[in-house]
Write a protein that binds this ligand. Sequence first.
Ligand SMILES: *Cc1c(COP(=O)(O)O)cnc(C)c1O
Length: 386
Amino acid sequence: MASTSHIEIINRALENNVEFLRTILSKETRISVVIKGNAYGHGIDVMVPALEDLGIDHFSVYSSPEAQEALKARKKNSVIMIMGFIYDSDFEWIIKNNIEFYISDTYHLNKAIEVSKSLNKKALVHLDIETGMHRTGLSLKELKKAIPIIKENNESLVIKGVTSHFAGAESIANHTRIKKQFSIFKKRIKFLNENDIHPGIRHIASSAATINYPETRLDLVRTGIIVYGYWPTKETFIHYVHRRKDKIDPLDRALRWKSKVVSTQDVPEGEFIGYGLSYQAQYKMKIMVIPVGYCNGYSRSLSNNGHVLVRGQSAPVIGSVNMNMLICDITNIPKVKPGDNVVLIGKQEDNEISFASFAEMNKAMNYEILARLPENIERKLTPNGN
Ligand SMILES: *Cc1c(COP(=O)(O)O)cnc(C)c1O
């Protein structure tokens, strides 16, 4: 059965973005691609093998179910690391499958040790340090409690890494807080070393910190949004591009969301279009209907506001976005007919509905719009964007 829309992941764009990261990083810094939120809506099943083919061998997820999907999708022996909360009942599966995971408190540290002992298999742990975000992580007090536990249970644990997360490296307004966090992070690593604990890799930077604070890249960066071809914020983009000689955006958007026109219609002047009175034709108009609505991830806030591409031209959304369809004005693109390709996000000929502009129209962030694309939309990898 034909689905009403589908998502293409453009391999050439992924390759470009990974290559861009490699050019700014030193050889010693490894890339972990963050694939939480169904790989920011791109699909874990499509993204993991595609990125492995581009040489990526480290993936970060948030939860055990995401780790399970990544494990199913991987073709090589890539590392899978859980950055988030873990239920007690999931530790057995995690340790058995060599999934790496964050430890943010002594309760979960003890739990991991207990399960490791019962399986007679080492747990692969990253110590998550509280450095000032005040969300999760070992405070100095908890760390002091954890150190003897770690040392006594040497045979149950491999301390794979030490980690933390910045509270908003995408905004210059947070500069002082970020600097302070980084300084605390370095102090805690020193403290661990003094206690004869030597975590394999040190990692704290996400996309924004990787761009804005090169000194924070350390042994590994956890990059999500950049790999998909978007900037964490407009501010990060401007800040970066300004320093670049050619002033060109080095990223390519990897996702294209497509549908097809189902019908077209002429509407006489003065008539209302769609539900209620939200749009009245001010002149004789032509409209088209696209079989995508808010239940398919096309936000209702794009009513009378969004644009789509058809025949290489931009067509404004008119009236309210319905649950299963939206209506666009094609008065100036009269040749449109049922079956024509429509691009909801991405490029068509010389035009692009870029996610940045889409996000601004939608008053939401790139992250949110991407992550909300429903899992049941068919996704497939395509070599390039043509
Ligand atoms: C989401 C996330 C990242 C990646 O963030 P981007 O801005 O997409 O690069 C890195 N680390 C943690 C802990 C995260 O939650």
